[in-house]
Write a protein that binds this ligand. Structure first.
Ligand SMILES: [Zn+2]
Length: 118
């Protein structure tokens, strides 16, 4: 995971952080500081980091050797301090999408909702 963060930073995508505290329930949270995608358009343009979702999904699927789901919970382009992504197994993609849509940028709410769909 550190290698992925180094590659992203070197290529100018931003500084990736990983929170593994919920990894036992199959959920991992990522933060991206200074997201190039978010900063390219400025604040007030909605979530901008779909490309990063796709990159994380592909990289994590390689690491996990299993299909993954990744969604951006909140984005610097919406005024958040950092971009925040939640990753889990692809079988929970629908639950992840629903919880992100209903949580309105509240990471704890997303993690709680996903816990109920474990
Ligand atoms: Zn973003």
């Amino acid at each position: 995971m550190e290698m992925i963060a180094q590659v992203l930073r070197r290529q100018g995508w931003g500084a990736l952080g990983v929170d593994l505290r919920t990894a036992r329930s199959g959920v991992v949270t990522f933060t991206l500081e200074r997201s190039a995608l978010a900063e390219a358009r400025g604040v007030g343009s909605g979530k901008r980091c779909a490309l990063m979702e796709g990159m994380l999904r592909a990289l994590l699927a390689q690491v996990a050797a299993s299909p993954m789901a990744v969604r951006e919970v909140r984005c610097a382009a919406e005024g958040a301090a950092t971009c925040t992504f939640v990753a889990t197994g692809a079988r929970r993609d629908a639950a992840l999408r629903e919880s992100v849509e209903s949580a309105g940028g509240d990471l704890a709410g997303v993690l709680r909702a996903l816990g109920e769909h474990a």
